[in-house]
Write a protein that binds this ligand. Structure first.
Ligand SMILES: [Fe+2]
Length: 434
């Protein structure tokens, strides 16, 4: 059994899980399948399971942005650095936050040099500003790209070097500055996660940096901020949240604590994402999507992810496309691939998405039908949101498949995919998704 390692150190856990001969669903931290998907805190032998759950302090609710300044003060800020992007500046939220910081006696250094899929050189430039201005606390207001860039700056502030030096798990040795994260999209989960995803511009890929130190000190989730998202970003980040929930639920590193949040996130996205597209100013649906993104983040930062993300990172690094859109294309294919040898974990996922009727708990045929229904439902949602049918429509070619597949095999997220996948499997998945 690999109980403690699997929940204490993500990197060790994923290796341990990959080496485990135990079938998925019966692993050390996985729950028995009776009833489907309802994990218990005891193993089949009655031994209490161990589960560790990383989480920042969270403040959730409309209007909570005003608390960000107090959070910074509590964390010792004298000269906070506010990381954001030009789109958010145009929407006015950083100005509002700076006013709150000023009320608390803090003058922020505002830096908005981040682009989508944040680049290694942008993080280096932000770090120069952090040091030159003598900053001491990082406050990020933005989507996943802004928050990942802020984490990268914090990492360099504490540890030096280049951001690409830290690819992998727990590669940073020294403490990093306190971080307050204010997400402006409903999907990435970066505000609660131990992930930092950065584009390595030398290799045209996205690298995954993973570590407990990257879990922010505070996440402030204000659904009001979601109302200024463009529709395409709402769609993309909502699909990202759905992918986080589904991949976390079937991950080899899932546990009873992550299962609850994963299923709740899946259900909330299934019920509310399309409504936010049709009624963008409706606060109730926005608040539900903010909760979905938060719970998906809580699930995946602890359970890690799977093949859809491992593949998506490579496509995103190659073509600088919205991460959630790529996930939306890939996810139905990855569901089918993962469900083929054992579809049972996909029954609760299908039910969370609204599968009509009942599935007998031990029916493999029924579970397979449920998994296929879930794959089709994800594709239906993607269609409703205007997501392309295949990767070919967004610029991936057959010639890209071998190198994308090779790089996928090196992505940390693949290690927790419930089904082993080799080069041929990943190439076949990419070709199916073209
Ligand atoms: Fe994601």
């Amino acid at each position: 059994m690999v109980l403690v390692d699997s929940v204490t150190r993500a990197g060790e856990s994923v290796i341990a899980h990959r080496r485990s001969p135990e079938p998925v669903g019966d692993g050390a931290v996985a729950a028995p399948r009776t009833p489907p998907g309802r994990a218990s805190t005891r193993s089949r032998t009655g031994t209490p399971r161990l589960a560790k759950f990383h989480v920042p302090e969270i403040l959730f609710g409309p209007g909570s942005l005003s608390e960000a300044a107090h959070a910074a003060v509590r964390l010792g800020a004298r000269r906070p650095m506010l990381v954001t992007d030009p789109g958010l500046c145009a929407a006015g939220w950083p100005t509002q936050l700076c006013a709150h910081l000023a009320e608390a006696g803090l003058r922020a250094t505002v830096w908005d040099g981040v682009t989508p899929n944040p680049k290694d050189h942008e993080i280096a430039a932000g770090h120069v500003v952090y040091r030159e201005q003598g900053c001491d606390v990082i406050v990020a207001l933005g989507g996943g790209s802004v928050i990942d860039a802020a984490k990268g700056i914090a990492l360099l502030a504490g540890n030096g070097g280049r951001i690409t030096d830290y690819e992998g798990v727990d590669r940073m040795a020294l403490p990093i500055p306190p971080m307050v994260m204010v997400p402006s999209t409903s999907g990435t989960g970066a505000d609660v996660s131990q992930f930092c995803i950065v584009t390595d511009t030398a290799r045209n890929t996205k690298i995954t940096i993973l570590g407990r130190a990257l879990v922010p000190d505070m996440s402030i989730v204000d659904p009001h901020l979601l109302t200024t998202m463009p529709d395409w970003l709402n769609a993309a980040t909502g699909l990202d949240a759905l992918t986080h929930g589904i991949e976390a639920y079937v991950s080899r590193a899932h546990n009873p604590l992550t299962d609850h949040h994963a299923l709740q996130a899946i259900a909330l996205v299934g019920e509310h994402l399309e409504r936010t597209m049709d009624h963008p100013s409706e606060e109730a649906a926005r608040t539900c999507m903010a909760q979905a993104a938060l719970e998906a983040g809580l699930a995946f930062t602890n359970a890690i992810l799977g093949a859809a993300h491992a593949m998506s990172h490579q496509v995103g690094g190659l073509l600088d496309l919205p991460h959630g859109v790529i996930n939306g294309v890939l996810l139905p294919h990855v569901i089918r691939f993962n469900a083929e040898p054992d579809p049972h974990r996909f029954v609760p996922i299908a039910q969370a998405l609204g599968l009509p009727g009942r599935i007998a708990p031990d029916s493999t045929a029924g579970a397979a039908e449920a998994a296929e229904w879930a794959a089709e439902e994800v594709r239906r949602i993607a269609d409703e949101l205007g997501v392309p049918k295949g990767l070919g429509e967004i610029g991936v070619t057959e010639a890209d498949v071998p190198v994308l597949s090779t790089m996928t095999l090196a992505d940390a997220c693949l290690s927790t995919n419930p089904r082993e996948a080799d080069q041929a499997d990943i190439e076949a998945l990419f070709r199916t998704a073209l």
